[in-house]
Design a protein around this ligand. Structure first.
Ligand SMILES: *Cc1c(COP(=O)(O)O)cnc(C)c1O
Length: 405
């Protein structure tokens, strides 16, 4: 059959049966290798979406593929009725990065954040001497994004996300990112925790400043609140440190992570410091799939490659020249580009116009990028992206900007 007819039939099938909850590009991807993906017509793209900060090692890294293939033939899933050695090893490695404490495994970012929110409630109950419903408020940032579950959504004060789903989970209070006084003013006798993304992703790549994070740590210490950091997008090496909060030299009480942790295999986790590690007790929280041997093998492969290929260092070093080249686009296209935000391989090019046509033009030029709030184009290359591919992304973005002039 004519291949374009077959492709159209497949697209029609998709449109007829898959729910319409995403505004997606008319592009069908069929194969990936490193920083490259190919569509169903054989066209090649430089993929700087990383599947939204997931594919830390790019597509189909041979060490990751081998680890997943091996584990798939050994033991895939057992539930959490039993111990599993791979969970133990992965938890040990996460503790090595985050500090003394414990790890709980789940399957996604929203689920990790859900666990953090439940942890805040338990901390509040402990702080209230066992009384429920007295200390339960969590202070979050305006323009935050914490996921689509009821807890995560309620912590995400965006009309487009909350519309149609009220009443929301009570107990979320909002303050302005990087405005310590606004967070201080939101604290009252009901407050249990402060919960922010170290670098907001969906909201437009807005980093917490170091002074702000240090200030939040001090506020939490002073008022005996948990400092919860959502590192679902910015964690696992993306900013040139394993966790983005390391740049500020603070340590939170708990961290939510997911996306890049499994390098494309779904896995999420929370780490909690020792003082919060005993809040979850048998029966208080759980998930059937959390930390399967297969998911943990994928995550361990990610960490092995990250360490053995020195990727965190690579991100830190190679991002300097890349950022400079991206910033130069603001000089070249003063009517389009307002500036650059972010850190390492998590950056947002802020435009002075709707980014959608530029994103489409970039796709035409052969570069895949992601949008974000506040007219931002998000660039999230795999952590092992070469300097040549970083340079190429700037060439293709320039083409896209010129085409939408
Ligand atoms: C993606 C994301 C989430 C939600 O993760 P899912 O795996 O999609 O549930 C939560 N927080 C942040 C910061 C994210 O970027």
């Amino acid at each position: 059959m004519n291949p374009s007819v077959t492709r159209q039939a497949a697209a029609d099938l998709y449109d007829a049966h898959v729910m319409k909850n995403y505004a997606r590009a008319a592009l069908t991807l069929v194969r990936g290798r490193g920083t490259r993906v190919w569509d169903d017509t054989g066209r090649e793209y430089l993929d700087f979406t990383s599947g939204i900060a997931v594919n830390a090692l790019g597509h189909c890294h041979p060490r990751w593929v081998a680890a997943v293939q091996h584990q798939a033939a050994e033991l895939v899933h057992t539930s959490n009725l039993f111990r599993n050695d791979l969970q133990a090893e992965l938890a040990r490695r996460i503790v090595g990065y985050a500090g003394p404490g414990r790890v709980f495994f789940c399957n996604s970012g929203a689920e990790a954040n859900e666990a953090l929110i439940k942890l805040a409630r338990l901390h509040g109950v402990r702080k209230a001497g066992g009384e429920e419903g007295r200390i339960y408020e969590v202070i979050c940032a305006r323009s935050a994004f914490h996921g689509r579950t009821f807890g995560g959504m309620s912590a995400t004060p965006q009309e487009k996300i909350q519309k149609g789903f009220r009443p929301l989970t009570p107990g979320f209070v909002f303050a302005d990112l990087n405005d310590l006084e606004s967070f201080r003013a939101a604290i009252n006798e009901r407050t249990a925790a402060i919960f922010v993304e170290t670098i907001q992703g969906e909201g437009g790549v807005n980093p917490c400043t170091a002074e702000f994070l240090i200030g939040l740590r001090a506020l939490c210490n002073e008022h005996k609140l948990l400092l919860l950091l959502d590192e679902v997008q910015c964690g696992i090496g993306r900013t040139g440190a394993f966790f983005a909060f390391e740049h500020a030299g603070v340590r939170p009480d708990a961290i939510g992570m997911a996306k890049a942790l499994g390098g494309g295999f779904p896995i999420g986790a929370i780490w909690t410091g020792e003082q919060a590690a005993d809040l979850f007790q048998p029966g208080s929280h759980g998930t059937t799939f959390g930390g399967t041997p297969l998911a943990c093998a994928a995550a361990l492969a990610v960490l092995d490659v990250l360490e053995q290929e020195g990727l965190v260092e690579h991100v830190r070093q190679s991002s300097v020249a890349w950022h400079a080249a991206l910033r130069a686009l603001a000089v070249e296209f003063p009517n389009h580009v307002r500036g650059l935000r972010g850190q390492g391989f998590m950056v947002g090019l802020q435009l002075s116009l709707d980014p959608a046509p530029v994103i489409a033009a970039a796709r035409e030029a052969g570069l895949l990028v992601v949008g974000a709030g506040g007219n931002v184009i998000r660039l999230l290359p795999p952590l092992n992206t070469s300097v040549a591919d970083l340079d190429q992304s700037v060439v293709l973005l320039r083409q896209a900007l010129a085409a939408t002039r």
